[in-house]
Design a protein around this ligand. Structure first.
Ligand code: GDP
Ligand code: CA
Length: 321
């Protein structure tokens, strides 16, 4: 299990990766990051999930919050608000802002997001190879009622941050994904992998968005290596956040078993559920996915490392001889 590929969103993926790096210090880890959450704000290109991975693994994350920079200040945000500039609901910090300035400047000079991400990682040294899922623009939109008998689509960040996922989500659409191509190195990493891991990231708007880029799902299914997932749902609710709201939009119940069934045995070989969901093991195995119940709460790096160790052990168990 030397070459490990992980499909990651923000917090759930990043915290898992920190554990994986500790559990497998010799491994060569490639992270395929979700970019469907990306948004343009004040002329700047913001990539929340890539940055959460980069800051978490690089030691710059706001630890309790799980996103954004440690020791952050919000002077620029306050000044923008004083001018009455919208949107004011997105927490753009001063330190964080520098990342977006560098990114936007490089992209303006013609560098693709993958090259920009590599350059930003020169500073953070995350200890993994961090690739965006695509260099093309993909934006996740959520379809909600417009309050006038019709429906409208809002950017995922508006749904998640401004509306706090309160309106019912009728659909989740990765706009642009159908015409996107995987970023350089993505398919190659999957083809060369010894194991592919779905961390406890959001199955719809993180892992699901990555899988919606044409070619990625197929490459994983065809790679002939174990594909192991960890449930972000513990005790029939997301550990944090509002994943249940977007799972409902795709007709999936917020249970560890239902998420495994959503990925399906065509993609997943192994699935880890929390010990409180031990009842799910039989249900998931009946669907042809090897399943184990182990502690899945990432209370600290050691706990995340233990989870990563369990995922690799399950991979060795299901690996075709
Ligand atoms: P986001 O992009 O920042 O929302 O992060 P991800 O998509 O990577 O992960 C979000 C998911 O992580 C949520 O659905 C949470 O339920 C899950 N999560 C967060 N902390 C934990 C944890 O300690 N254990 C497990 N099993 N899942 C977690
Ligand atoms: Ca995200």
């Amino acid at each position: 299990m030397r070459r490990i590929v992980v499909l990651s969103g923000g917090i759930g993926g990043a915290r898992f990766l920190r554990g994986l790096r500790q559990a497998a210090p010799e491994a060569d880890i490639t992270v395929i990051g979700n970019t469907g959450d990306d948004i343009h704000l004040f002329g700047l290109k913001v990539c929340p999930d890539l940055d959460t991975v980069m800051y978490t693994l690089g030691g710059g994350i706001h630890e309790e919050q799980g996103w954004g920079r440690a020791g952050e200040t919000f002077a620029v945000k306050e000044e923008l608000a004083a001018y009455g500039i919208e949107p004011q609901w997105f927490g753009l910090g001063d330190r964080d802002l520098a990342t977006h300035v560098v990114r936007t400047q490089m992209m303006g000079a013609g560098y693709p997001l993958s090259a920009v991400t590599e350059a930003l990682c020169q500073r953070w040294q995350p200890g993994v190879r961090l690739l965006p899922m695509t260099d093309d623009r993909v934006e996740t939109h959520v379809v909600i009622d417009d309050g006038d008998g019709g429906r409208r689509a809002v950017h995922f960040q508006e749904y998640w941050v401004r509306l706090r996922a309160a309106p019912e989500a009728h659909a989740v659409v990765p706009v642009g994904a159908d015409k996107a191509t995987p970023a350089p190195g993505v398919l190659e990493a999957i083809q060369a992998a010894d194991v592919v891991v779905f961390p406890p990231s959001n199955p719809v708007v993180s892992v699901g968005t990555i899988l919606s880029v044409p070619g990625i799902r197929e490459a994983i299914a065809d790679a002939g290596v174990p594909v192991i997932g960890l449930s972000p749902i513990v005790g029939d609710a997301p550990v944090r956040g509002m994943a249940d709201r977007v799972l409902a939009a795709v007709g999936v119940r917020a249970t560890a078993a239902a998420v495994a069934q959503h990925y399906g045995s065509g993609l997943l070989d192994g699935w880890l559920v929390d010990t409180v969901d031990a009842d799910a093991v039989e249900v998931v195995e009946a669907d042809g996915i090897r399943c184990r119940a182990v502690p899945l709460m990432m209370t600290d790096v050691e706990a995340a490392a233990a989870m990563a160790g369990e995922a690799l052990a399950l991979a060795r168990e299901v690996r075709p001889a």
